[in-house]
Every structure is written in structure tokens, then in C-alpha cells.
Design a protein. Structure first.
Length: 83
């Protein structure tokens, strides 16, 4: 599998799908992991394979590679919002 390198910065927005709603933000960028905040659920650590794409201040996660807890948090990020 080829090595992928993404340019990711603190504050980049997190998405579960391309064109979807923003569900959180990058809080920490380290050499071997990211810490991301998911709205309503808190911080999660990503080790790399969970990231499908990163561009223009946006990071898209790969739902098929997320652990169950992070996937559930991502899918319910906006369920507690009121209109």
C-alpha cells in the first residue's frame, strides 16, 4: 500500500462524507497521529488509515476504517442540536 501524506493543521474541519456536514475539528497534529474533536462526543485519536482525504482545511474520514465508537460519535454529531 503506498504511503499517503496529507497536509493537516490544527483547526481543520472534520467530515464523514464529501459534501456532508462538518462534525468536528482537528485539535492536535503529531508525527504519528491526530487528535480530533467530534461534536457532542469529545476527543478521538486517529493513527492515519482512518483518513480518506484532506484538502482545503477539510479532513474526510473513511467510515469503513473507523472504530465503532468513533463511527457512532461521527454519525450522531448533530443529533443534539436544536433548530
Amino acid at each position: 500500500m503506498p504511503l499517503r501524506t496529507f497536509h493537516i493543521q490544527v483547526g481543520d474541519q472534520i467530515f464523514l462524507e464529501e459534501g456532508g456536514e462538518e462534525i468536528g475539528a482537528v485539535r492536535v497534529v503529531a508525527k504519528d497521529h491526530l487528535v480530533v474533536y467530534i461534536e457532542g462526543s469529545g476527543d478521538f485519536t486517529l493513527n492515519g488509515p482512518e483518513i480518506a482525504a484532506a484538502h482545503d482545511g477539510k479532513v474526510r474520514l473513511d467510515p469503513d476504517k473507523l472504530d465503532a465508537k468513533l463511527l457512532a460519535a461521527a454519525q450522531s454529531a448533530h443529533t443534539q442540536e436544536t433548530e
